[in-house]
Design a protein around this ligand. Structure first.
Ligand SMILES: Cc1cc2nc3c(=O)[nH]c(=O)nc-3n(C[C@H](O)[C@H](O)[C@H](O)COP(=O)(O)O)c2cc1C
Length: 395
């Protein structure tokens, strides 16, 4: 029997914890609850105790429980810790590593997997501080679910609702599923991600809209399969995925140098949106009163094509193609022109750049596979498995 330690935070959605416990119990899980002090304002310990058929833990300062080191014992006796609803406050305290009540103390003291189901007002969810905390928690290896969108208790509309209890149960089951086999153990994979910035003068640069999310997700997925991953990242505001070595660069030429230095690699996934051109930057800021400047563009090194010709060419070389028209046709031509093994093509005329989802076409020697629109994490997981298939077949 799997044992869930459910931490209930102080938000309106705390009442849904009751339904979550009921669903988990009918599926045969043992559930033990911890409530924050604020959670008592929304749901009673009696309700949670009756549904979980266990004592509910509410304080760090219980002489009897703490005589047995209750906060350590609680996590030791769980297979998974679930925080639902996770308030903005709880996530902030988790991110900072605070341990100022029973919930956060046991979260800091645990080595068990942690799943977080946030619920809060739409603006609290959209606040930069919460976004930063969610990104950091994910980088720390915590699974943070994306809240649902809809009408909220406060009457507003938007993302921030607690995911429905059946969705939380599905996420619990996925988290408890055995870790994927380390199919890429012993392999080195290079991933590039993000945009490049090409300076015009000390304060201005030419950039593009790449967010780096897809490349970072691919680096994370490869690391989960056991690969040693080197991520060469252009300027992005993303935390480094767990277990990934990261090299930060700014320009295309810096990226080319970094790629050259990290070789050899068994596979390379070139996701970065590398600027095709640069300008010779002015040493001083160009003043507005001067004559309107003309930018003379010079070509940047073609990192993918250079890698294809390199004596250190990885066994599997994968390029990305961001297109706004005739996506597949351009990708098929790019695969041949660059002599890459695969091209992953995506149509970036919509909301892909910076968005959470992607719909891609995988172009290989065997033909074109069009994948359904998926979260970028899911695209990454599928691609990582395909990379493992290809490297296993080649060795
Ligand atoms: C009526 C009411 C509803 C609240 N709902 C939420 C909520 O849904 N999400 C949230 O993050 N905070 C919510 N808060 C604020 C939290 O209760 C507050 O930040 C509290 O300190 C959280 O404590 P905890 O993180 O220890 O549970 C609400 C507060 C009130 C008074």
């Amino acid at each position: 029997m799997k044992r869930i330690l459910l931490i209930v935070g102080g938000g309106i959605a705390a009442y849904k914890a009751a339904e979550l416990i009921r669903l988990l119990k009918t599926r045969g899980y043992a559930v033990r609850c911890v409530m924050t002090e604020a959670a008592h304002h929304f749901v009673t310990p009696m309700t949670l105790a009756a549904l979980s058929e266990d004592k509910v833990y509410t304080t760090l300062w219980d002489l009897k429980d703490e005589a047995e080191m209750g906060h350590i014992q609680l996590s030791r006796e769980a297979d998974l810790i679930v925080v639902a609803p996770a308030t903005a406050d709880l996530m902030a305290r988790m991110t900072a590593g605070l341990a100022n009540d029973l919930a956060t103390t046991l979260l800091l003291a645990t080595d068990k997997p942690v799943l977080v189901a946030p619920a809060m007002n739409v603006r609290m969810w959209g606040h930069a501080a919460t976004a930063r905390n969610v990104a950091q928690l994910r980088a720390d290896g915590v699974t943070v679910m994306t809240p649902d969108e809809g009408i909220m208790a406060c009457g507003e509309y938007g993302p921030g609702r607690l995911p429905e209890p059946p969705a939380i149960v599905a996420a619990i089951e996925a988290t408890l599923a055995p870790a994927p086999p380390k199919r890429l153990a012993g392999r080195h994979v290079l991933v590039t991600a993000g945009p490049t910035h090409e300076p015009i003068d000390p304060v201005r640069y030419i950039a593009n809209r790449s967010s780096g999310k897809q490349g970072f997700a691919i680096a994370a997925a490869l690391a989960r399969l056991g690969a040693r991953v080197t991520l060469v990242a252009g300027p992005v505001m993303l935390p480094t995925p767990h277990g990934v070595d990261r090299i930060d660069v700014e320009t295309a030429r810096e990226m080319a140098d970094a790629v050259d230095r990290v070789l050899p690699a068994d596979a390379a996934v070139m996701v970065a949106a590398v600027a095709d051109w640069h300008v010779e930057p002015s040493q001083q800021k160009i003043k507005k009163g001067d004559a309107t400047p003309t930018l003379t563009l010079a070509e940047n090194p073609d990192i993918l094509a250079t890698l294809a010709r390199s004596p250190h060419r990885p066994r599997l070389l994968i390029g990305f193609a961001a297109e706004t028209e005739r996506v597949i046709e351009h990708a098929v031509a790019k695969r041949v022109r660059k002599t890459a093994d695969w091209i992953v093509a995506n149509d970036v005329s919509g909301d892909v750049m910076g968005g959470a989802d992607n719909s891609v076409h995988l172009v290989t020697e065997a033909g074109v596979e069009s994948w359904e629109r998926l979260p970028k994490d899911a695209v990454a997981a599928r691609l990582a498995e395909r990379i493992a298939d290809a490297l296993e077949a080649a060795s």
